[in-house]
Design a protein around this ligand. Structure first.
Ligand code: FES
Ligand code: FES
Length: 229
């Protein structure tokens, strides 16, 4: 039997939003392609494709990273969190809730990146001042000029997170992924008292269409590569 061609799709095993997955991707595929095209997670957006706008930001092992320039195969073994992993409809992450509260959106295209960057910042720095927020978000472009509201949203997110006592630690989500992890840990420690988490407890299935985790990104962008939200 001949060996598969070097660029032929092959499975890449990683953990996305708390679930182990192994989609097959080609050698040229990016992590953004894997998330959007193979797993149906449309929270991260395709903007520049060059690592320059921040629309595609996800957390990789808790650190904000630009999925459009990370080779999909290079993400093997990593733990990736997308906007969907932070929270969803009816269970928004405090950062998502803060963006809603502050009405920090116009077209919404940049907001995946803004929310993920804010979540990463607040996990490291619970009470950043305005200068720190601006510094953190300076590499994320907003073509609509919503910057004032976005900064206000991040400051409100800090208040909500502190009030909830959540989001501490690098990139720790307070939404469905965290709830699923908590249930799994309790089950591992004491299976008799804690049932294994079922699908109702788990984050959104990675192959499902993106749920309304687009708390701050409800608008459907016209220039998205897949014409998906
Ligand atoms: S799409 Fe990744 S940084 Fe612009
Ligand atoms: S690009 Fe930021 S709201 Fe439109």
């Amino acid at each position: 039997m001949s060996a598969p061609a070097a660029g032929a799709p092959r499975p890449v095993a990683l953990v996305v939003n708390g679930r182990s997955v192994a989609p097959a991707v080609g050698a040229q595929a990016t992590l953004l392609h894997l998330l959007r095209n193979e797993l149906g997670l449309n929270g991260p957006k395709y903007g520049c494709g060059l690592g320059q706008c921040g629309a595609c930001t996800v957390l990789v092992d808790g650190v904000a990273a630009r999925a459009c320039v990370i080779p999909a195969r290079g993400a093997a073994g990593r733990r990736v969190t997308t906007l969907e992993g932070l929270g969803g409809r009816g269970r928004l992450h405090p950062v998502q809730q803060a963006f809603v509260d502050a009405q920090a959106a116009q077209c919404g295209y940049c907001l995946n990146g803004m929310v993920m960057m804010a979540a990463a910042l607040l996990a490291r720095v619970p009470d950043p001042d305005e200068a720190a927020i601006r510094r953190e978000l300076s590499g994320n472009l907003c073509r609509c000029g919503t910057h004032v509201e976005i900064v206000r949203a991040v400051r409100r997110a800090a208040v909500l997170l502190r009030a909830a006592g959540a989001g501490t630690g690098p990139g720790v989500p307070a939404g469905p992924e965290a709830a699923h992890d908590d249930a799994a840990a309790a089950h591992a420690a004491d299976p008799a008292r804690h049932p294994a988490p079922d699908r109702a407890d788990a984050p959104a299935p990675v192959r499902a269409p993106a749920p309304a985790a687009h708390a701050a990104a409800a608008a459907r962008p016209a220039h998205d590569q897949d014409a998906a939200p």
